[in-house]
Design a protein around this ligand. Sequence first.
Ligand SMILES: [Zn+2]
Length: 624
Amino acid sequence: MLRRTLLQSALAAPLLAACATNTTLGAADPMAPLPHDTSSYARPDEARVRHVSLDLTADFDRKRFSGKATLDIVARADAQEIVLDSKGLIIQRVRAGGRDTTFTLGDSDPTKGAPLTIQLNGARRIEIEYESAENASALQWLEPAQTASNKRFLFSQGQAIHNRTWIPTQDSPGIRQTYDARIVVPADLKAVMSAEMLTPNGERTQDGKRAYRFRMPQPIPPYLIAIAIGDLVHADVGPRTGVYAEPSVIERGVYECADMERMMEVAESLYGPYRWGRYDVLILPPSFPYGGMENPRLTFLTPTFLAGDRSLVSLVAHELAHSWSGNLVTNAVWADGWLNEGFTSYIEGRIGEALFGQEHARMAEALSWADIQTALGSVSPDGQRLHWVGEVSANENSSAITYDKGATFLRTVEGIIGRERIDAYLRSYFDRYAFQPMTTQAFLADFRANVVRGDANLESRLMLDQWAYEPGIPSNAAAPQAEGFSEIPGYVEAFLAGGPPAAAPWETWNTMQRQRYLQSLPRELPAERLQALEAAFGLDDIGNMEVRYDWLILAVRNGFAPSERAVETFLTVQGRGKFIRPIYTALRAQGDWGRSVAQRVYARARPTYHPIVQAGVDRIMNAA
Ligand SMILES: [Zn+2]
């Protein structure tokens, strides 16, 4: 990274929008220096992986992948060994240049796993025969009862450092790798990956299984290697967009994703061509731990966005936006995660504005602004910086900072330099750094060289360093004003004064207005008021999961026992961490009632949650 020096960028600055791209694939120096990644054992200045070739069989009975990974590497002429990341992998045999070679697995760290050091003997291709880890944190092997089709299902989640539990490679976002794969699965299931599908119908193997082959020709950070195996069908949405889902879900999925092609056109008109070929989404079973995961060519999505009225499609806009911010230009280290998520949240807003109008965008910004204010009250100063310093714990890795503060920063910049200039800059940024890693420091240097260009007045108005490196929100922040929310405080006040909830025009409100109303209610409400609210709007069972979450978290924080059944349902029909963790936290804060509900529900629900969510809720349940 950092191939573009300040000087080069400054020279290229005058005609930004017309700036020619120099980013032919693979043009980057394969041994360009990288910042130190504390979450990986790799020593990329000595040797680094350039291509991963997987030949794996999925064993659902043993919940393992087994087979071979072949790695092509580049290395300094004097490099004796390469260090990979591994967490729980069972390594059976390693060859370098076709001959057996020695390898060592170092001491294992509970988070990072262990370094796998392989003697190169001068070779630049190594083959590793191995099995994935027991209880690999990247993989969730679902039982038939956990899926719509009542068949087995597997999916992976690599971000941030989970892929080392099923792939022996250098698991660091700065070390970009192409990949291909051959995956053998039971004959009644289909494999899909974050790559070009070469065999849509699979190929029969000698032992009656099916093999699927894939190819990812663009170099990607290794956390974006992703796989799912299940009873999957595909349907087109547009000429290059489509949906994968279990058969009984596909129709709802296609309906919900109808705007995908338009989203793609908007994003391309702003930030340049989509460089990944097709764009498909995969709708996963309910235990998928996230809203979405931007695996290239194949976004993974939670089924909780299937609201039936396309009201939660901003999630698709977000994941699509990652095709530029995150997948094309990638945070080199996780301490700079806002370069992925803050940029993406900003672009998500721009796509939403183009599709649904300015007022829609202002409301989304106002909700995000409120999330930031909440986070500032609970997150430690270190956790409030865009660029993390020191060890920011997982609990403090607040999305309100990485996503919402990051997006607010870019909106603030837009307000100061104007939309035309920020659009031209971002388009040029994605062109110039396509398929390269990025750091906060390099981004700020590039922005200064291309936009600020020594203008001291502009520099002081932007407050760039405060935004990137200081806690809190700088004084120049663009606070959003949403007309669509202007009447809500009046309705909240009337309700709190004892008025009927039905006085609020709930039926005419959109999802964000409903969320704003619920989020504006105080954390302490009399049971009678909660009862009235639930009765008026049917909140316990409302189909929109974002709204249902806002209601249930309010109910739990008030110890509102009549909604216990709804809470239990909510915690067992889906496993999205963003919804699950706060509810358990709130239950545990509710004395004997809440603790016993949490205990009982978790005992039942835990086996259905993804390992990542299990680990998070375990921490909550074991806290004092
Ligand atoms: Zn994201």
